[in-house]
Write a protein that binds this ligand. Sequence first.
Ligand code: ZN
Length: 265
Amino acid sequence: MRMSWKLGRVSGIDVYLHPTFLFVLAFPQVTHGGLFGLALVLSGFGCILLHELGHALMARRFGIGTEDITLYPIGGVARLSRMPRAPGAELLIALAGPAVNVAIIGVLLLLGLLGMFAAPWGASLPGAFALNLLVVNLFLAVFNLVPAFPMDGGRVLRAALSVWLGRMRATEIAAGIGRFLAVIFGLVSLAYGAWMQVFLAAFIYLAAGAELAAVAADEDRRRPEDRGGHWDAPPGYRWVSRGPGRWQLDPITVTWDDRSRARWR
Ligand SMILES: [Zn+2]
């Protein structure tokens, strides 16, 4: 039985709130920001939900369904029914989330330009709210594009690398960078006593390892001839296994000894 509370259904996708989401009520923005802070934090999570819907609806264009979207105090997660194999699809699905935040920034700027908020923005309550929400969305777009796999930026990196390195090697490199950045981020957060960020760093670290293992298992299941690319080794070369799911084209080296034996036998 799932632990989360169902919030509703958007575009045919169930949206859940994880019980740990209540930790949000302990955020300093809420405890010290009053009603303004509470409204801002909830609006921020509304933007995170739209960000996840961006991923889900782009995935749908590639025929990939979304099991559900769950909101945690550290962010949102859209569980896709499967991960795209094509680098182009992965790139567009990953970029669709931050693109939603950029679009929200555009709408807020447009409303400001149309004079919806008294200038300067910070002077009026709606203006201050819009300005804060704009900063939140800017943060969401930039933070998610940091190449810390499996965050969006890391997926963009994996997609780009996999074009010429193959999916397995690209995932190894992206997950390595993701884990490294997660450790740095976790240590810095720990030094500042930012516990929510420490949890987020731990989540990124573990998720990178889990996804790397999933890709390794997936690649291992595929027969060499199904893995795409040219599996007929060119003359003078042969395929050599280099661990689970990793194949390398090696030149067939004929040593002088082999040749001499062949000649004299
Ligand atoms: Zn995202």
